[in-house]
Design a protein around this ligand. Sequence first.
Ligand code: PRX
Length: 650
Amino acid sequence: MSDTSAVTQSTFPPSADFAASANATADLYDEAERDRLAFWDKQAKRLSWDAPFTEVLDWAEAPFAKWFVGGTLNVAYNCVDRHVEAGNGDRVAIHWEGEPVGDQRTITYAELKDEVCKAANALTDLGLVAGDRVAIYMPMVPEAIVAMLACARLGVMHSVVFAGFSATALKARINDAEAKLVITVDGQYRRGKPASLKDAVDEAVDGEDSIEHVLVVRRTGIDIPWTEGRDLWWDETVAGASTEHSPEAFDAEHPLFLLYTSGTTGKPKGIMHTTGGYLTQSSYTHFNVFDVKPETDVYWCTADIGWVTGHTYIVYGPLSNGVTQVVYEGTPASPDEHRHFQIIEKYGVTIYYTAPTLVRSFMKWGRQIPADHDLSTLRLLGSVGEPINPEAWRWYRTVFGADRTPIVDTWWQTETGSIMISPLPGVTETKPGSAMTPLPGISAKIVDDDGNQLEPGTEHGEQPSGYLVLDKPWPSMLRGIWGDPERFKETYWTRFAEQGWYFAGDGARYGKDGEIWVLGRIDDVMNISGHRISTAEVESALVGHYGVAEAAVVGATDDHTGQAICAFVILKSSAKGGDENIVDELRAEVAKEISPIAKPREIHVVPELPKTRSGKIMRRLLRDVAEGRELGDTSTLVDPSVFEAIRASK
Ligand code: PRX
């Protein structure tokens, strides 16, 4: 039964009004249940195919799936041209808002088509052909989206690297993918000031033989280093190209992009997505989870294109559905904390999709800031990236949503390509903090060590937690890890190999109505403000420093960022003595090797690390220390007294 008294309200059904005009109704679950593959067949047909597919799913070579076998299509045509052909060329595709106030551009679908065609012609002139890889290292400027679509149009794979990553991280990604081209900007605005990005590219491409050109968008006009012959200005190369370009149709399984993400080792994995299945599920989920009405909605996803959320819910989902969206270049507090609310007001944003960590920032900044703005256009709110704590959920709904808007808490991963577990906003009675149930067409379970499905929780007392698995293939599933099929199998498909299930790396439990509560990662991947960083990556950056003999990193609960990085390091004897400086140096080292977002919140210099007899570091115990808890079971430690020394160093 739902309790509807205001403060303690524990479930939130959609309003009758919302439900009455929702894109997705409860029938969608029944339809998918009746015949899953027929359901996906129908969803795929929302797209425009050149040659029809002959089979929905070929799972014979599991876990290497083939969806929509034999079909051909062009992703860019589906995201741009077909809307123009349907007579919607004058519809705004992108309201772009630069970080400096007053910097704005409006791009219609017809204009976007011209830009994408010009870029596709320019890339062809540079010698790029289907199957090549292009690295895109750019902030949130329209050209970043144009570049992605131009690659898609040519069947060239893009590998977008978050512009907050360091030169070292960019280099590793260029090298792994053997990219031929990097597309970047001269500089980017960071809190009002232009900062060079091109310098990092120069450092990254140095010695990378695969790189033929660096294409540079002029964003800030700052002076940058230039290598004649290799470096080209976007406005000289792309601007003059023809707006005529015929899109070629590619096989449904033609690779679309690589996106590197952290795994449990120090080496990021190039997650590979393909064409037909990825676009089908991106488009379907965007349409139904966000309930978009392309004629009237103004949609805003605050993610960065450097992450999968930006790929699926800024580029491919919204554009395939022909919606109008806001794209904002800067940070939420630039020039002050009113910025997001001003943007919502300015463009009449109706659907807003963000991360819990940002909601918590808004909470910290206080209600007065949103109260100064008219947010009445908002009709749907979304959350992604980490579990949203119920308090933040309620605040979000009350302050952004005037206690009226549904919230969709969407669970998915870089690997899943698009949303898997989420409410349907016109159907689901939501509970703050739960992503609720798998979407129609998707199957997920919570299971114990042996693969037995857990029971729903009871009214008084919760069920134990288990492993979140995806027990049936889905269209936008990753098709592999670039250059490493074995790692693909080993990482995702060995934990429940017998059953043939994908293990997501997350722990979860069922609530009393069978809804899913995702608890977070149970492997060595941390989630810092919704950004995925592996403990091994940070450890390898730390031991790369001359003074460090050993390092162990754990994610500790943090009220603001979800998790925070805590590092424990043993110094080499040559480096002992200067502990104060070395901690600063180590933080700088991590920023340089990975990104400033990976800088540990705490670094403790310790005399020893807790290890088992087989030499394995016991992270669980380090987490207890980092979170100030009583220590768990220490009986397997070689030397339990090591903790006194570790605690003394805190
Ligand atoms: O732990 C889950 C968490 O983010 C992980 C995936 O990270 P990434 O590949 O970077 O993609 C983030 C954006 C899709 C998951 O394994 N996660 C993501 N969304 C949620 C979540 N945890 C709980 N609730 C969510 N809604």
